[in-house]
Write a protein that binds this ligand. Structure first.
Ligand code: CP
Length: 323
């Protein structure tokens, strides 16, 4: 695997899920595989789970790990071609990428959407520059439009906790005070569409996800109706994807104070099939979900975060197998 961005990059999902369970039984089974190989993890944005779980995954495989926080100690990077660099950006990404690549065998990238230019974000400009100019395998640690390590961990978690062959999984929008990217819901939708689940998306009108991720998933604008009989509730905020309203891309469409009935609470969970609650974290309590729901025995937020180590180990193993 030379690039990990989308669900199809992992190939057969049943095989990948079986591999995840194999690794979960013995995290160090392939510890010899990464000997004398170095993973470079490049963060343009903050992280807790991705930073720790991906490092742990690399260590599980016997790799060396270097972590670079671009905005904390490195030269400020220019990312656009054709600019006169007379501002505070001292180094261009097009030199920085091959230099970084010369010190490692695999590169992980975290670079969020800017939410100003839909075409720039949805072209995955930064990720694709790393892919093109590094000459090394590259994997997404949440890019402008996707967070596949999270979605894979979410799928592993659903497989572990499902009690029926084809559970009903609902992705629900929830309120947030800031504009957030669409990467997590995009990937979750993409991966659920590829999995054997009954998948429903619910959000206020105007937040329709891009077709390449939402696919043929059922969209239900009535949140309570969407929750009926659900086995898993996956909550997340996202800003306007600009599908039906391109001029609103990256914006919050209504003041969040008016949208608080979308906060996941006991009221909505009561109509589910005793559903498990999921969220990728970090989560704002009282906005996305109430304390009682996230603290309930049905909340999977901790096991799902723990599975990030497993999803990352599988992905890095696949990359090492093809070096
Ligand atoms: N879920 C997730 O990616 O968490 P971090 O942003 O803390 O890495």
């Amino acid at each position: 695997m030379k690039s990990f961005l989308n669900v199809q990059d992992l190939g057969n999902l049943h095989t990948a899920l079986a591999e995840a369970q194999e690794i979960k039984q013995d995290r160090f089974k392939y510890v010899e595989m990464g000997k004398n190989k170095t993973a470079l993890l490049v963060f343009f944005n903050n992280s807790l789970r991705t930073r720790l779980s991906t490092q742990k995954a690399a260590l599980n495989l016997g790799m060396n790990v270097i972590v670079l926080d671009v905005n904390a100690g490195a030269w400020k990077l220019e990312t656009e071609r054709g600019v006169i660099m007379d501002g505070d950006r001292s180094e261009h990404l097009l030199e920085a990428i091959p230099v970084m690549a010369s010190y490692c065998d695999v590169i992980g990238i975290r670079s969020f959407a800017g939410l100003a230019d839909r075409n720039y974000d949805y072209s995955e400009t930064i990720y694709n520059q790393f892919l093109k100019y590094s000459g090394k395998p590259v994997f997404a640690m949440e890019t402008a439009t996707v967070h596949p390590l999270q979605a894979f961990a979410d799928l592993i978690t659903i497989e572990e906790y499902k009690t029926s062959q084809r559970p009903k999984v609902v992705l629900t929008w929830a309120p947030h005070p800031k504009s957030l990217p669409q990467a997590v819901p995009d990937s979750f939708a993409e991966w659920m569409n590829a999995a054997d689940v009954d998948f429903v998306i619910t959000h206020p009108e105007g937040y329709e996800l891009d077709q390449r991720f939402a696919g043929d998933a059922r969209v239900e604008y009535n949140q309570l109706k969407a929750f009926e009989g659900a086995d898993f509730i996956y909550a997340k905020n996202w800003s306007c994807p600009g599908v039906t309203n391109p001029d609103k891309y990256g914006q919050i469409l209504d003041d969040y104070h008016k949208m608080m009935d979308w906060t996941v609470s006991a009221r909505q969970m009561a109509v589910t099939n005793n559903a498990h609650f999921m969220h990728c974290l970090p989560v704002r309590r009282g906005m996305i979900v109430t304390d009682d729901v996230i603290e309930s025995p049905n909340s999977l937020v901790i096991p799902e975060a723990a599975n990030r180590e497993i999803s990352a180990t599988v992905v890095l193993k696949r990359i090492l197998e093809n070096l």
